[in-house]
Design a protein around this ligand. Structure first.
Ligand code: SAH
Length: 260
């Protein structure tokens, strides 16, 4: 069984001492039942992965002794996920799966039909850290504060110059046209849309997924007419938002990401 992995904020250099907070001490000493001199793998999102050993053990604190770097730093290809918050458990699932699938930023957006009023950003950050530890990433995706989609789009070329949006559109054309016409009216199947991207344009991307109620007609119109938006279909069935995130990230990583 590989030694536990822990995300820490501290700088990592040979021989450094890393102080544990109560949650980290609880995880290592109560959950993983580590004893002094047991091994731990550390990463801080900036400096690859390092060995460490348990130094001091206390009830709500502890100290780790940093050893040497065993993996060079690596950041996955630049991919953001813009998602409408859905039911809490499914939003947690979106954060966990997007972290495993290499998203570099998770950006909750309130759309017209979003039911959730607020997003607990700190809690989503904890979900992302835990997923990054488990999936053996060396970085943790940024979790942005939730914003209205309209505001994000209106400032897009300023805040995200050169970044394309892959708009996952469960319908297409006029108001709530059933998905069948989607392909006929320009929402290309997702792989065809991604393979059509010229190598030069394979810069930063953002995948946009809507809420349980889908996108409103005016949102769809706004998105479909934006130069930085590529509209794509995920096939002839309506997927839950969390399923759509997994399907779209799988396609993106395979064509433009680090699964090539
Ligand atoms: N209630 C809507 C579906 C919303 S599904 C309806 O019945 O039409 C939640 C989100 O997942 C959608 O907004 C879209 O972003 C994505 N999604 C689901 N199925 C999709 C598909 N077949 N193609 C593209 N995106 C899809």
């Amino acid at each position: 069984m590989a030694s536990p992995r822990l995300f820490v904020a501290a700088d990592l250099t040979a021989g450094a001492r890393v102080e544990l907070d109560a949650a980290q001490a609880n995880y290592l000493f109560n959950v993983m039942r580590l004893k002094p001199s047991d091994p731990v793998r550390l990463f801080n999102g900036r400096a690859g992965e390092w060995t460490a050993t348990v130094g001091e053990v206390a009830r709500k604190s502890g100290v780790l002794q940093v050893g040497e770097r065993t993996r060079d730093h690596y950041v996955p290809p630049d991919l953001h996920v813009l998602f409408a918050p859905v039911k809490k458990s499914r939003t947690d699932y979106i954060v966990e799966k997007a972290t495993e699938l290499g998203a570099t930023a998770l950006r909750p957006v309130f759309t017209r039909r979003t039911v959730a009023e607020r997003v607990k950003t700190e809690r989503l950050r904890a979900v992302a850290v835990e997923a990054a530890e488990q999936t053996e990433r060396l970085d943790v995706p940024d979790i942005a504060e939730a914003q209205p989609l309209a505001r994000v789009l209106e400032g897009w070329t300023r805040t995200d110059p050169g970044r394309s949006i892959l708009f996952l559109d469960e319908a297409a054309g006029g108001a709530d046209t059933p998905w069948r016409e989607a392909a006929a009216s320009g929402a290309a199947p997702v792989l065809r849309a991604l393979f059509a991207v010229p190598e030069t344009e394979a810069g930063g991307w953002a995948i946009l997924v809507g809420p349980e109620g889908g996108f409103a007609p005016d949102e769809r119109e706004r998105l479909r007419t934006a130069t930085f938006v590529t509209c794509a279909s995920l096939g002839p069935r309506i997927l839950r938002a969390d399923t759509a995130v997994v399907a779209a990230l799988t396609a993106w990583q395979s064509v433009l990401g680090d699964w090539r």
